[in-house]
Design a protein around this ligand. Structure first.
Ligand SMILES: [Zn+2]
Length: 277
């Protein structure tokens, strides 16, 4: 499932592939993909629009056009962009299609149907409900150890659940939250407000480090839209996790078998010795 590093990789690929390209024709094939826009609006607002920039806010991909509108895209579970020749067949589960001015097309395929698109005026983007409540970007200046300490000190939830709340801390999904807590030697069940300031400083450093390393190592998925025939999973970082999906395997630090338990409906992986408190 794409998390922030995976989305960042997709944005970097799109920036390279489609910036300065003009959309000759846009087609919303599955109307439920963009429930707040009609297929007619989708086609009209994107026709002859030139893509000026691809960017990201949290796990949302943003394509900004020269007509003062932007397309917001959330990949959710299985959403994926594919970049093809126009005479190639559309991939299975293609739910939106963009014909470009270079004989290429960009297809949005989504096997599980959870993906989301929304066209908004670029000037009003920060007030769009999908984005308005998001916490500061993890690589931005506002995300500091002091910010993290203030957020955690107000929460009586287990720390893993607070870190997954995108209105409090942005960018951690189930993979990277387990990795960040392991690297910071924090028990996932610790009550958020009980984390000391020095340990919060370590956690802040490890959150930024784990996200940066995942991006530097091509994330956990195959995010290149040009690799049409390859599997969506199988990024390099998938093999580099220290606890995630390593249940029963020895901790790299102390050899204790990694444990898994279900927390908030999702698997948590940790080392009971390194992360005892
Ligand atoms: Zn250990």
């Amino acid at each position: 499932m794409p998390e922030l590093p995976e989305v960042e990789m997709v944005v970097r690929h799109l920036q390279k592939l489609v910036t300065h390209r003009t959309i000759l024709k846009a087609q919303l094939i599955r109307p439920g993909l963009a429930p707040e826009n009609t297929p007619r609006q989708f086609a009209a607002w994107l026709r002859n629009a030139t893509i000026q920039e691809a960017s990201r806010r949290g796990k949302h991909i943003l394509l900004h056009f020269d007509n003062a509108r932007s397309l917001l895209v959330h990949l959710r579970m299985t959403g994926r962009f594919l970049y093809l020749e126009q005479d190639q067949a559309n991939p299975p589960h293609t739910h939106a299609l963009f014909l470009l001015d270079n004989a290429k097309k960009l297809a949005f395929a989504d096997q599980r149907h959870f993906g989301l698109m929304h066209i908004a005026k670029t000037a009003e983007l920060s007030q769009v409900r999908h984005l308005s409540k998001l916490a500061p970007e993890p690589f931005g200046e506002a995300f500091t150890a002091n910010y993290l300490h203030a957020v955690l000190s107000r929460s009586k939830q287990p720390i893993k659940l607070t870190l997954l709340d995108q209105t409090k801390v942005l960018g951690l999904g189930n993979i990277y939250v387990s990795e960040a807590l392991h690297r910071a030697k924090i028990n996932p069940l610790l009550i958020s407000s009980q984390l000391s300031k020095p340990r919060t400083t370590v956690l802040h450093r490890e959150i930024v480090a784990v996200l940066s390393e995942a991006i530097a190592n091509n994330s956990t998925m195959n995010t290149n839209p040009e690799e049409v025939s390859g599997s969506y999973t199988g990024g390099v970082y998938e093999t580099m996790t220290k606890v995630y999906e390593r249940e029963g395997l020895p901790c790299y630090t102390c050899q204790t078998p990694i444990q898994r338990f279900v927390q908030g409906g999702r698997s948590t992986y940790y080392c009971s010795k390194c992360q005892s408190r």
